[in-house]
Design a protein. Structure first.
Length: 470
């Protein structure tokens, strides 16, 4: 049987007989309450400093009522405990003063009963608790607004850097094109008596010399690209979360390896309300800095949205609307899956824009978690949630981008989905961190030094309970 904590109350009055009546009534109204007493403001403040109270009960007959009431009302508000006045029918001045302070809870002494005392005191305690929750929610909302402003500032800064990088690259391309044209035309100027046919031949050389001009342009453009790729790789590395979240009943691990020609893969862990955790994994089409910038924006949008809502369809749909506005007329596509984990029920809710995941049971049998909507960037469309999944003890949730499946041998053979699932099946009794490591090792060994053609990103969630796990 659970013992309900006793209610702790303080009676304040300088008349001993009034405190005695109030104490007797409170003990009739509540089951085994802790009733403390103070005969002056100084004693009351000492009790407030040393005790955690649920309610303060002040008799309006106390000497110096106005000062005592003002101080104790503020004390009660700071400590988020209830505050109740015991007022006589003739003590109208005291009651009016209390109303001016904004006090809400009264008991008329001539009508006082155990029932009325319990009702008013409990209501005062409940309202104090609601005020505390409201204060915490306001503080949390202010924190979210501050974080959103910071993220928007970061996005603006990154967009400015992207614009500067594009301008610099364009300037280098134009300079290289001019230099190539001059280099190609110069030999014609050195001919002492050029004929019409030789001039035509020279102009033909300018457009057709594959050994000179294309090579020169390629070299210079690649040099410009290197700066953008380095910035993109740095940003993409910063997108990855610093570690795995600790969530009761689950083990989680993730991995992201940018390819040499950096793309826009990313994954993230997003705490939600009500003790839920969201995991997101996504991929932005293209190479270089632009897709990485899109991934950065998407990460910021999802962090703000998951902090204020829990419906996965609503979160992904709003993120799609925002990212579509960012893309505008550019030809970019973004695939993304948002998975929400309930650590109490072990239920998995998800919504997916052009992305799919995999559910493996304890025997290794796999089930595809299909996409529930079109990729992002194609318009303001609703992304519905997928079917509910319950992850039982020992079962695995695998979230990946297509970089692992696209790993290729020098002969052109792909690693593929089945090889990927076989690796997870083989090592399904290991921890997620070890499974991710084995998956990375297997696909890199399969490619046999042919290189990484795309980003490799994977997240594995394993429900605890099998083979020694709780």
């Amino acid at each position: 049987m659970t013992n309900t904590p006793s209610i702790r109350m303080l009676i304040v009055d300088d008349h001993a007989e009034n405190r005695q009546v109030a104490r007797w009534m409170l003990r009739r109204a509540f089951q085994q309450p802790v009733v403390l007493e103070a005969s002056s403001l100084a004693e009351a403040e000492q009790v407030c400093d040393s005790e955690q109270l649920d309610a303060i009960v002040l008799d309006a007959a106390i000497t110096g009522f106005s000062d005592v009431c003002s101080v104790l009302a503020q004390r009660a508000e700071d400590a988020c405990c209830g505050f109740v006045l015991l007022v006589g029918a003739l003590e109208q001045v005291q009651r009016k003063f209390g109303e001016e302070l904004g006090l809400e809870h009264w008991v008329v002494k001539e009508l006082m009963s155990a029932y009325s005392v319990e009702l008013v005191v409990r209501r005062a305690i409940d309202n104090a608790g609601l005020r505390l929750k409201l204060t915490e929610q306001v503080r949390a909302a202010q924190q979210l607004l501050s974080e959103r402003e910071t993220m928007q500032a970061e996005i603006s800064d990154l967009q400015a850097k992207l614009a500067q990088a594009n301008e610099a690259a364009q300037a280098k391309v134009e300079a290289v094109s001019t230099a190539a044209l001059v280099a190609a035309v110069t030999p014609v100027a050195n001919v002492e008596t050029p004929t019409v046919s030789s001039a035509v031949a020279a102009s033909h050389d300018v457009g057709s010399d594959a050994s000179e001009r294309p090579k020169l342009i390629s070299k210079q453009v690649n040099a410009a690209d290197l700066e953008g790729q380095a910035t993109a790789r740095r940003l993409q590395t910063e997108l990855a979360p610093p570690g795995s979240p600790l969530i009761e009943g689950f083990e989680i691990a993730g991995l992201s390896l940018p390819a040499e020609a950096t793309g826009g893969d990313y994954y993230d862990y997003l705490p939600c309300g009500d003790g839920l955790l969201c995991i997101t994994i996504g991929e932005c089409s293209g190479r270089g800095l632009a897709p990485t910038m899109l991934a950065t924006s998407l990460r910021a949008y999802l962090r703000v949205l998951t902090a204020s809502m829990t419906d996965v369809s609503e979160i992904v749909t709003k993120a799609n609307r925002l990212i579509t506005e960012d893309i505008g007329d550019e030809e970019f596509l973004v695939t993304m899956m948002l998975v929400q984990i309930d650590q109490v029920t072990k239920r998995i809710q998800y919504a997916s824009a052009g992305h799919q995941g995999y559910h493996l049971d304890r025997e290794g049998k796999s089930q595809v978690l299909h996409s529930t909507g079109m990729p992002m960037g194609l318009g303001d469309t609703v992304i519905p949630e997928g079917p509910l999944v319950r992850l039982k003890a020992g079962e695995i949730l695998l979230l990946v981008t297509d970089g692992i499946q696209k790993m290729t041998t020098q002969e052109g053979e792909r690693f593929g989905v089945e090889r990927m699932l076989d690796v997870v099946r083989k090592h399904r009794h290991m921890t997620p961190r070890m499974i991710v490591s084995e998956l990375r090792k297997a696909c890199l060994e399969f490619s046999k030094g042919s290189g990484q053609c795309d980003d490799i990103t994977a997240v594995i969630v394993r429900a605890e309970g099998a083979n020694g796990f709780h």
